[in-house]
Design a protein around this ligand. Structure first.
Ligand SMILES: NC(=O)c1ccc[n+]([C@@H]2O[C@H](COP(=O)([O-])OP(=O)(O)OC[C@H]3O[C@@H](n4cnc5c(N)ncnc54)[C@H](O)[C@@H]3O)[C@@H](O)[C@H]2O)c1
Length: 301
């Protein structure tokens, strides 16, 4: 993989661009946004220190393409990061199959739409999901999800590509909306919204509950190993037979937030009140600095 095309340069596409360039790929980026060149320049300046490089080094491998046709002309791999909309992805992937070189791998960053939903009527053998977590130049996971039409060779190529980029690809063998990561995230978000709606906790305190407990644990062990250890020397079996019973009783009462327009507005205002005094850049920079520190600590241990 020498030449990459990035289609859609918003939050995710800009981060992929920096990561691809950092690993020596030539990157052609396209997006109809009128400020594309400035957005790319700003993103490279912001992300270069995270990657231990300079904005100039990254920029030397990044080109702005006028449109999709130009972006994919010589591409070995295409990463799509446009709107999360099945009609958009249907049209775009039809064009990609027609215009990208025959060997090019065609990946979508979609958060929730399985590729089978947008490859009907086209040759989908090279199309699959490569779903990152924001920002992909820092967070290692990429969910690799083949669709009904994806070839096994393309799955292996995607795994090799993301491994080459220093990511942690996980292949998911059955398509399900939201894949695994976002289903887990949304199960937690649903309960978080419910608890705030019910007046149990404020958004700020709920975030504190997570960052000072589960967040730290989950950076080191997942829910299953965490439970295995939670059972003490008796392991997961002991936990399931002991505390597991009262945990299961709780399942029936887990929250279903109303999220009426009024409740939603109340929640948005509460989150804005908690965090609105800082700018997006300040908050994102703090998050990225801390995430980088966690990643470095994990690498050393
Ligand atoms: N934001 C996240 O946390 C996150 C995480 C993982 C995956 N994703 C997925 O990545 C994709 C992009 O999400 P995002 O958060 O970067 O969105 P975003 O709104 O920040 O960026 C989308 C970009 O697509 C561009 N666009 C619109 N029409 C286009 C076209 N015809 N051709 C090319 N570009 C076009 C827009 O101008 C915009 O810059 C979505 O599919 C989303 O589900 C998002």
């Amino acid at each position: 993989m020498k030449n990459a095309a990035v289609i859609g340069a918003g939050t995710i596409g800009l981060s992929w661009t920096a990561l691809f360039a950092h690993h020596g790929l030539t990157v052609r980026v396209t997006d109809p946004r009128p400020d594309l060149a400035e957005a790319v320049e700003e993103a490279l300046a912001q992300f270069a220190p995270h990657l231990g490089t300079t904005a100039e080094e990254l920029a030397s491998r990044v080109q702005i393409a006028a449109d999709v046709t130009e972006a994919v002309r010589n591409a070995d791999v295409v990463q799509e990061n446009g709107p999360e909309n099945v009609e958009f992805k249907k049209d775009l992937f039809k064009q990609l199959v027609e215009e990208a070189p025959e060997h090019a791998l065609l990946l979508s960053s979609s958060s929730a739409i399985p590729s089978t939903a947008f490859t009907g009527g086209i040759d989908g053998s090279r199309v699959l999901i490569g779903h990152p977590f924001n920002p992909p130049h820092l967070i290692p996971l990429v969910e690799v999800v083949p669709g009904d039409r994806t070839s096994e060779e393309s799955v292996q190529k995607a795994v090799d590509f993301y491994t080459f980029l220093g990511r942690t690809p996980v292949v998911e063998r059955k398509e399900i909306p939201g894949f695994v990561g976002n289903r887990l995230q949304n199960a937690l978000s649903r309960e978080a919204i419910y608890l705030v709606e019910q007046g149990v906790v404020t958004p700020e305190d709920l975030d504190k509950v997570i960052t000072s407990s589960l967040g730290i644990r989950w950076a080191t062990v997942g829910p299953f190993l965490g439970s295995h250890l939670g059972g003490g020397p008796g392991g997961y079996r002991h936990l399931a037979e002991h505390i597991g019973k009262s945990m299961k009783k709780m399942w029936a009462g887990l929250g279903n937030p109303s999220q009426s327009p009024e409740e939603q507005e109340r929640l948005i205002e509460a989150v804005e009140k908690a965090y609105g005094s800082s700018t997006y850049s300040e908050l994102a920079e703090t998050r990225d600095r801390k995430q980088l520190a966690v990643l470095n600590a994990l690498e050393e241990n």
